[in-house]
Design a protein around this ligand. Structure first.
Ligand code: AMP
Length: 282
């Protein structure tokens, strides 16, 4: 495995890998890796000859008062996990290497899909995400890029960006990997106190309740949302930010709810913000 921190070294490493003509898959991450990230590496490995991972905590996608400064990091641990998983190339640039001219002047506007769900509460977040992903696509020129369903809106926006801007990258989305009690794995779970950690799977349970009701024939959006809100408000620890049922591609609210729609929620547990989602099967 080659691990590099500069664009120059990255170019050289990519030139070295290009020789065999196989496809290159990129898995962008912010590091502090867990089995969710590693499942994307495995998916990438099945789809491409070469697998590259980027580790970059992207300041552009953090708002004022968010957790940029305390975002967990463990480069050595990450590198040994990626080495064990057979990754070919890791790019872990410092901020000044990723944005050598400071904040980019030209950025990617996520449009209406970036204003709903998380976008409503994190203005600028998806502009930051799409801009760094576009930049990574420019640096790596991958044939394949792999993202997680855990960040459903992010994956939908990246698919849309690739279509709208004709970026020529195949976007794959891997399923959400969960702890044994259902909590979606996240680098941010480390923020949870032991008590909060015990409470945390309630978010997934609330989504499951909605999915059960949907399977049972309930199609009214308001009723399905009430189930979600009810489950979370039964806990004094949770503060729901949003719970919505949306179209899988446009992210617009759906009513009546149809199979393939997505129930997505964000909630605070103490100061930690958790997100999760489920696709509703008929
Ligand atoms: P992050 O490091 O949080 O920016 O995540 C990097 C990539 O891993 C994104 O595409 C995420 O959607 C994905 N990811 C994060 N958590 C999970 C998970 N529990 N299961 C599957 N993919 C995940």
């Amino acid at each position: 495995m080659i691990a590099v921190a500069t664009r120059r070294e990255l170019r050289e490493a990519l030139a070295g890998l290009a020789g065999d003509g196989g496809r290159l898959a990129l898995v962008p991450t912010m590091g502090y890796l867990h089995e969710g990230h590693l499942s994307l590496v495995d998916l990438a490995r099945r789809e491409a000859r070469r697998v590259a991972v980027s580790i970059f905590v992207n300041p552009l996608q953090f708002g004022p008062g968010e957790d940029l400064d305390r975002y967990p990091r463990d480069l050595e641990g990450d590198l040994s996990l990626l080495r064990a998983r057979g990754v070919d190339l890791v790019f872990h640039p410092p901020v000044a290497e990723m944005y050598p001219e400071g904040e980019p002047q030209v950025t990617v506007d996520p449009g209406p899909m970036g204003k709903v769900l998380c976008g409503e509460f994190r203005p600028g977040h998806f502009r930051g995400v799409l801009t760094v992903v576009a930049r990574l696509f420019g640096l790596f020129r991958p044939q394949v890029a792999v993202f997680g369903q855990k960040d459903y809106q992010q994956a939908a926006l990246i698919r849309r960006m690739v279509r709208d801007l004709e970026l020529g990258v195949e976007v794959l989305v891997g399923p959400t990997v969960r702890e044994s009690d259902g909590l979606a794995m996240s680098s941010r779970n480390v923020y949870l106190s032991p008590e909060e950690r015990k409470e945390a799977p309630r978010l997934f349970r609330a989504l499951q309740r909605v999915a059960e009701a949907f399977r049972g024939g309930e199609r009214r959006r308001t009723v399905l949302r009430e189930i979600l809100v009810g489950e979370l408000s039964a806990s004094p620890h949770f503060r729901l930010q949003y719970g919505e049922i949306v179209h899988p591609h446009t992210l617009a609210p759906v009513d009546p709810v149809t199979p393939g729609s997505v129930v997505a929620a964000a909630a605070f547990l103490g100061t930690t913000r958790l997100i999760d989602n489920l696709v509703l099967e008929g």
